[in-house]
Design a protein around this ligand. Structure first.
Ligand SMILES: Nc1ncnc2c1ncn2[C@@H]1O[C@H](COP(=O)(O)OP(=O)(O)OP(=O)(O)O)[C@@H](O)[C@H]1O
Ligand SMILES: [Mg+2]
Length: 252
């Protein structure tokens, strides 16, 4: 199934499972700085259930509130069990989550997970989340460079909050609801993310960038990155779901 179709299907089953699926199901949990996403794919690799909750358990890629993280994952697990009408005992994750009542079947790093979903042989996976910008360079189907730097959607919220003199929570809401309107204010922050991408892809400046993660879902952000770095950029609708779906397993 093509990537964009799989993302559309995943977005359509947010909190509500697909009517039909094939066994066995695989579950993935992506515990991020901003969002905790639980994704389920079926036996063919088709997304059949996705749910998300805000998360404040991580800072700079480190779990700082383990109990909070476990409680968030446990809530997502309980909702998924109710929606799917079955128990979920196992999941693949980027962090072990035994305390949330899930035994970890596989530990996957986020960039490899994103590319398990996107399936790029030659190109760059860029996962810009709430707190950090992760980059993996693929060449001939192999991961040849991996790195990350602080900076993501939360920093854009800080810029907007400072400029508009509103709280960070209000800035986050305004950015999501009316991103286009604030693009001029956010441009320097987006260009700073672009600079991180450029540093992390040193030596591979011609490869196309594939944008995963929520922070660059801002309308116009992909164009700013493309023109600032003068390189091809591919953006995906519902990009926030790419890494969680890849954690759950291989795409159909
Ligand atoms: N529609 C949207 N428009 C603009 N920004 C968005 C939108 N939806 C989500 N975001 C931003 O995406 C970020 C969260 O993305 P994501 O879920 O990929 O991060 P995360 O995985 O929690 O963080 P990290 O990977 O850094 O630990 C937040 O900063 C949020 O403001
Ligand atoms: Mg993330």
């Amino acid at each position: 199934m093509p990537v964009r179709e799989a993302l559309r299907r995943a977005a359509a089953c947010l909190s509500q499972p697909a009517a039909e699926y094939t066994e066995p199901l695989s579950c993935g949990v992506d515990l991020g700085t901003a969002t905790c996403v639980l994704a389920v794919i079926d036996g063919r690799g088709v997304p059949i259930y996705v749910d998300q909750l805000p998360s404040r358990a991580l800072r700079d890629g480190v779990v700082v509130d383990f109990h909070g993280a476990a409680a968030t994952v446990a809530r997502l697990k309980a909702s998924a069990e109710e929606a799917l009408g079955r128990r979920i005992d196992e999941a693949a994750t980027a962090y072990p989550l035994e305390q949330a009542g899930l035994s970890c079947t596989e530990l996957v790093d986020e960039v490899s997970a994103a590319n398990r979903f996107l399936g790029i042989d030659d190109g760059v996976i860029v996962d810009v989340g709430g707190g950090s910008t992760g980059v993996g360079v693929y060449s001939g189907g192999r991961l040849v460079k991996l790195g990350d730097r602080p900076g993501g959607g939360h920093h854009l919220d800080l810029i907007l909050a400072g400029t508009l003199k509103v709280t960070i929570e209000d800035a986050e809401r305004l950015k999501r609801e009316n991103g286009e309107e604030y693009l001029r204010v956010l441009r320097p922050g987006i260009e700073r993310i672009a600079t991180s991408i450029s540093i992390l892809t040193d030596g591979h400046s011609a490869s196309p960038l594939h944008l995963a993660g929520g922070a660059l879902m801002l309308p116009g952000a992909a164009e700013i990155i493309a023109s600032y770095l003068e390189r091809p950029v591919l953006a995906y609708e519902h990009a926030l779901l790419i890494t969680p779906l890849g954690i759950a397993g291989r795409r159909a």
